[in-house]
Design a protein around this ligand. Structure first.
Ligand code: HEM
Ligand SMILES: *[C@@H]1O[C@H](CO)[C@@H](O)[C@H](O)[C@H]1NC(C)=O
Ligand SMILES: *[C@@H]1O[C@H](CO)[C@@H](O)[C@H](O)[C@H]1NC(C)=O
Length: 377
């Protein structure tokens, strides 16, 4: 299909509101059939929209790929690998956008992995940091003249965001991000999203999400009040994410990041308590355990926000699907798609980004013994 007719067809499909029923572009028919079979319960809410400059036109192959991911007709995961970078500091390396990212990927692979093979506290903090930078953006703010924030690095580049209460616990990873930025000389917005996506594939069972770079940095603090609270109602949470173009379906997938997490500030008397029985492993046990069916290890601390989302009719169907046997691949695909959207909020040069997926470490699709012990790494 020629790219102009592709653009037009995509536009037609979204305008008519049946993006899910639309034939595959750049994805196998099998994948799409699987997706449709799994998503029959809940997708009434899911009419994906384009964001940023893609709304004004798709002008490059990368822009087209990202548009396809956002509209759910192309996978946000990829196993493309086998890249050997030119020597660090060489002219060849400077001429190749992905070269420096390959060296960053090697450093992060060491920084993010614990001794037992789980992803460690830096990985978890990096995943959360990616959310707290990109998530501070909203359609309603943009419409009211505050079209800034989002994945712009401001969480580390402004001096004030780091002191907002919702960013408590992220100070150490912000310090590391500032250090890495100095060492490698890349943009902060990209570095934060690269680290978040890298950290996820470093967690055993985590998806290998495609990575796009070229975002613009900003020192302007993001609009305040756009990140969720742990005691918020399901209504508040769903509205908050809808306002970021993230529907309930995608919210259910995104909060699954708490599969890896530990809390330090919600209840300080239970500092370090994980949100499922296998912290540092990207499994679906979080979905089982937040629903409250089956035994809950003593140490697991469920966030009120996760519990209300596990019960709300708009998010529960997806929650149940993720928790079921076989839910892992469904969740990984949905997380990858939703995170790609999140990682591009507020980005207005999407057509000009470059894809560097080939530098990412390989996924680790099995992790025997995940349930054997609870350890902090
Ligand atoms: C309903 C939305 C959400 C709420 C209310 C929420 C709230 C929280 C809270 C309260 C903590 C614990 C902080 C602490 O006490 O140390 C936490 C940790 C975390 N969150 Fe979320 N979160 C939400 C969505 C997300 C999303 C979308 C992501 C990523 C895509 C994410 C990733 C993480 C991670 C990885 C941690 C663990 C950090 C660590 O172990 O150091 N969260 N979240
Ligand atoms: C959330 O609610 C719990 C229990 O009522 C309370 O202890 C905690 O301080 C609240 N947290 C926030 C951030 O409001
Ligand atoms: C979660 O619950 C489902 C049944 O609803 C079960 O098939 C699955 O094995 C459980 N997952 C884990 C990790 O215990």
């Amino acid at each position: 299909m020629k790219s102009t007719s592709l653009v037009l067809s995509c536009w037609l499909a979204t305008s008519l509101g049946f993006a899910h029923g639309w034939p595959a572009m750049g994805n196998t028919a099998q994948d799409l059939t699987r997706r449709l079979a799994q998503d029959t319960n809940n997708d009434g809410d899911t009419r994906p929209v384009l964001i940023g400059d893609l709304k004004n036109g798709i002008t490059t192959p990368v822009g087209q790929s990202i548009a396809n991911i956002l509209l759910r007709t192309e996978s946000a995961q990829s196993s493309v690998a086998g890249y050997t970078p030119p020597r660090l500091g060489s002219a060849d390396c400077k001429a190749d956008t992905c070269c420096i990212w390959s060296y960053i990927a090697s450093s992060l692979a060491i920084a993010f992995k614990g001794p037992s093979g789980r992803c460690n506290k830096y990985a978890r903090a990096a995943i959360r940091l990616g959310f707290h930078d990109a998530g501070a953006w909203a359609l309603s703010k943009a419409a009211a003249g505050q079209d800034f924030g989002g994945a712009d690095g401001s969480i580390a580049l402004s001096s004030s965001e780091i002191n907002r209460p919702e960013n408590n616990g992220l100070q150490e990873i912000i310090g590391l991000a500032r250090k890495w930025q100095k060492t490698f000389g890349v943009g902060m917005a990209d570095l934060i999203q690269f680290a978040a996506i890298h950290a996820v594939v470093t967690c055993p069972l985590g998806p290998r999400i495609r990575i796009f770079v070229g975002r613009k940095d900003s020192k302007t603090p993001a609009p305040d009040g756009l990140l969720p609270g742990v005691n918020d109602s399901a209504d508040t949470l769903i509205n908050l994410f809808n306002d970021k173009t993230i529907p309930p379906h995608d919210l259910a997938a995104l909060v699954g990041a708490h599969t890896s997490s530990q809390q330090f500030f919600v209840d300080t008397s239970k500092s370090g308590a994980p949100q499922d029985g296998t912290p540092g492993v990207w499994d679906t046990l979080f979905y089982n355990q937040t629903m409250g069916t089956g035994p809950l290890p003593k140490r697991v601390f469920r966030f009120a926000s996760d519990v209300v989302l596990s019960q709300d009719p708009r998010t529960r169907p997806e929650w149940i699907q993720f928790s079921r046997a076989g839910g892992q691949s469904h969740w990984n695909e949905d997380y990858a798609t939703a995170y790609t959207r999140l990682s591009l909020l507020g980005v207005n040069n999407i057509n000009n980004l470059a894809e560097c997926t080939k530098v990412m470490p390989a996924a680790q699709p099995t992790f025997p013994g995940a349930l054997d012990l609870l350890i902090d790494e």
